[in-house]
Design a protein around this ligand. Sequence first.
Ligand SMILES: [Mg+2]
Length: 162
Amino acid sequence: MCFRPDTRARRLWEVNLYAMRYLGIKLLLLDADNTLTKWNDLNALPEAAEFVRTAKAAGFGVVVISNNHADRLEPISKQLEINCLPDMHKPLAKKTKAFVESIGLQPRDCAVIGDQILTDVLMGKRLGAHTVLLDPIDLTHEYKVTKFNRNIERLIKKLWKI
Ligand SMILES: [Mg+2]
């Protein structure tokens, strides 16, 4: 099944870094909206910021892979002192694959972590990375297309009991 996540966690800060290390993961590719921040919020949640600090201190590379634009991602990049890659066209994996290869890693060295099956998990699967599906932080404000995708995702989650 092409978009069943490999790992499920409720929140980013509940992702088990020991398990990631055991799987051979070197680079965490994080989603921004509803993973690090509330939707369209400029600041990462304190727990998410702490997770990023811990992951970096443990030797993981951490990069934000987002479909959002550079001006939206810049504050997160500054706050967390990590690179944020904008306009990545998830669920397409082409740009992410090019980035991963440009830093000398393989897709299997990476974990894609995000809250959407139809963008984050699907991109991760296409890339050939480990995929981690989170629950979205806040569903009250989202793009119309995301709200539409959520209905499909709810159905998939129910069918697969994930
Ligand atoms: Mg998201």
